[in-house]
Ligand binder design. Sequence first.
Ligand code: LRH
Ligand code: MN
Ligand code: MN
Length: 388
Amino acid sequence: MNDHAAVKAALRAMRIETPSWAYGNSGTRFKVFAQAGVPRNAYEKVADAAMVHRLTGVAPSVALHIPWDRVDDFADLTRFAADQGIALGAINPNVFQENDYKLGSVCNPDARVRRKAIDHLLECVDIMDVTGSSVLSLWFADGTNYAGQDSIAVRQDRLADALREVYDRLGADQRMLVEYKFFEPHFYTMDVPDWGTSFAHCMALGDKAQVLVDTGHHAPGTNIEFLVTVLLRFGKLGGFHFNSRNYADDDLMVGAADPFQLFRIAHELVRADVIRPDSGVEYMLDQCHNLEAKVPALVRSVLNVQEAVAKALLVDADALATAQQAGDVLAAHGVLMDAFATDVRPLLAELREEMGIDPDPIAAYHASGYQRKIESERADGQQAGWGA
Ligand code: LRH
Ligand code: MN
Ligand code: MN
């Protein structure tokens, strides 16, 4: 797409969801460095997410993690979000942080624990009914550490049964996205280790079950744009948790470790025309800002996604198709590299001016006084929920 107006229109329409937990304190298993001004409750996380939206214009929803973001009245939180100019997005159940879940949640050998986990998932669908969220975002920490510890096959049966029960509870406009992760917290098997396992369960369930690709959840060297393309082909790409990794599930800012990989993924998304907000592919961030300030880090992350997508939108599709058809390897590769090498920052600055927002959202944040305000108003901010 070389028409700059069309590129800008696509970028203007794109939606990127930020995660509530990225606004809270986080760290590693060694230390959580608490930051001044971090939110003390779900309302303050929503307020920070609204600030990211005001600065970027393309982040109009925030994902919640339950029970980290449990409130007495979700209708009230929904209204509060709307007043702030954003919506509540994906609901992420948490079936990994209680002692009962030591041997797993929905795959646990103990039927009582499986029931408890499924009841929590169902409760999260009840919450979706109130918040108007359309996405239930499932990630299971289930797995085993030693060969023979539990039956791999029986655990798959338990997983299928649990997913089916929750799937059947979904409303007409609700979907479940099934996230996978190749290791951690378990080191021998994970019950949903890869996109193939997630894909197989989602295929068996039906149209309302799709795969969630967390970019940090793959073995080194995995070709993520390839699996994204295959999932798209079957209508099973439900969305992303964007972040960066160098080593494991690092949860660094998206586009920081490997901007070229992000561009390659974006190229497949543009090719499949799923950047549109009604495409059914959800663009969500899943990150932890351990060292850097949270709000500007989330702004930076949104900009990184926009830059990758802008470059992908600039790929000369006709020239690419011609070179591919001619078998001209170097020319085809060159078309992609030309787009990747383009400095899209002026185009994005222009777009922001057209949208009536500051062309430099990070500078605008620093000039806004918001950081000073939250630091003076909020004492003893909340930890994101894990990492103590
Ligand atoms: C697991 C994960 C999953 C959780 C989030 C906090 O590593 O990516 O999405 O919900 O982190
Ligand atoms: Mn994730
Ligand atoms: Mn993760």
